[in-house]
Design a protein around this ligand. Structure first.
Ligand code: FES
Length: 104
């Protein structure tokens, strides 16, 4: 997670708890999550098949894939239950004022 460029991807208020938001930086699809007031960013595409995790079901620090209900930890990207076994790429996030930046 070092190197890379910081990109402003959203306003902080656009990301609500348990309502993930999909953003795109170049060719990279990223899902933003708000957990306990903090913002986290993961790759948006499930590691199992082609599904948009931002369309899934977030519960606190976990996101459930809308296609086959695999779950990931949004802070670490770790895969939590079958059928997903491969973790998600995560991105560094910083918040400056109302602006959310992701390092890609
Ligand atoms: S595509 Fe996400 S669990 Fe299958």
């Amino acid at each position: 997670m070092s190197g890379g460029t910081w990109h402003r991807v959203a306003g902080k208020d656009e990301i609500a708890p348990d309502e993930p938001k999909k953003v795109t930086v170049g060719s990279e699809e990223i899902a933003l999550f708000r957990v306990d007031g903090e913002i986290f960013a993961t790759h948006n595409i499930c590691t199992h098949a082609y599904a948009s995790l931002a369309d899934g079901f977030q519960e606190g620090g976990e996101i459930e894939c809308p296609l086959h209900e695999g779950r990931f930890d949004v802070k670490t990207g770790k895969a939590l239950c079958p059928p997903v076994s491969e973790g998600l790429k995560i991105f560094a996030v910083k918040v400056e004022g109302d602006d959310v930046f992701v390092q890609v």
